[in-house]
Write a protein that binds this ligand. Sequence first.
Ligand SMILES: C[S@@+](CC[C@H](N)C(=O)[O-])C[C@H]1O[C@@H](n2cnc3c(N)ncnc32)[C@H](O)[C@@H]1O
Length: 442
Amino acid sequence: MSFDFFAPCPRGLEAALAAELAETAQRRLPPGALQVGAEVPGGVHFRGSWAGGIAANLHSRIASRVLLKIAQRPYRSEQDIYALAREQQWEKWFSANETIRIDITAIKSPLRSLEFATLRVKDAICDRMRDKAGARPSVDTAYPDVRVFAFLTANECTLYLDTSGEPLFKRGWRLDKGAAPLRENLAAGILRLTGWTPGTPLYDPMCGSGTFLAEAAQVALDIAPGLDRRFGFESLKQADMAAWRHLKSEANTARNLAQSKTGDLLIYGSDISDVMLEKARANFKRAGFGSVTLKQLDARNMTPPSAAPGILVANPPYGERIEVRGRNARGEARPTARERRGDEDGASSEGFRRAKDEAPDAEFFQAFGDTLKQRFTGWRAFVLTSDRKLPGQLRLREAAKTPLYNGALECRLFRFDLIAGSVRQRPAGGGANPAAGNDDAG
Ligand SMILES: C[S@@+](CC[C@H](N)C(=O)[O-])C[C@H]1O[C@@H](n2cnc3c(N)ncnc32)[C@H](O)[C@@H]1O
């Protein structure tokens, strides 16, 4: 049996996700089990069997979720949406004992209240279940067993069952978050855009809780990102649990095989804050990435961690003074504004938002740029930031820039090629270079 799936992802990573899904289809599955379809802003369609949907959940590092299409029809009112949801055979997917949550996303929908539309989908499912199963499921917005998504365009409503449950960027290994951790799927997508492959040195000189490094280590150690977590499809009656057991056992074998190989991963991180490094170490230990090398260091003083050149990737702090994240004169780690507020989860959408009265530390970026130019010949550096003026501050000319979204925040992934004798420099404070407007990350 074949289904239509949709895998949402951070905007800007659609092509990377499509390529990753195509690789998953080739490496792990029988022909036709996962056929990659159209890329649309914010995700990729694919068609396939349960095995395909499950493999995407287990192996995708870039998707946020895997949604299974249940129905699609034109609509004009909330009543049309109610009718569409009421017709679906929900009782074949879950029982009335399970809890549900409904979410609606809309683009150009004429409806006045999405909240009301959400309620109508919930009513329709409950009415259907009461009719067919004699009882209705309750709603649990925090920890639902089953999630239903409705996607509304100007005139079409699509209903999906979520096969992922918790979003896929929750890999299950992170307990200690940093102040502004990147989402794992954004970090994994960026790694793919850098062209990094295992065996090439990888260095993050502002690694924080180590998201880039952890994602790279998982690739190097062939650890399927979903191996240590649960999925929404486990609560769905029709899910092919035999396929799940098979895919999981294959993924476990691959991990055991890769972990039995010794050798340096050539994955390195440093950060000025030893508090952050402790968090990274604790996370890595829990996840079994022992051989990632971490060092406490100011990025202005960094030196290449390997003899051979490689790829440097970083998302520097933005909007808070650089030294705020280091240590004060007495050597105590100072909390960031966000740490003081205890706001850990908003990081991905707010991570770099600039506080009005705080200028980014221009001096720091100038010194960081100088260090790149002087010491990192032969390396390629990728820097994710929402500050479009970053190349000017580094006094480096970007070789490419890729627009990406960190939650709602529009960012750029700048690429700098630090080639001997030909580092393209730009004067401090120089504006954007129209000639360098290559939007490929390639
Ligand atoms: C936006 S966070 C990076 C988050 C990281 N990518 C993660 O996923 O956890 C920026 C990091 O830069 C570090 N940092 C700030 N100033 C620094 C400096 N001068 N040298 C090295 N690291 C610095 C901070 O401690 C923080 O961990």
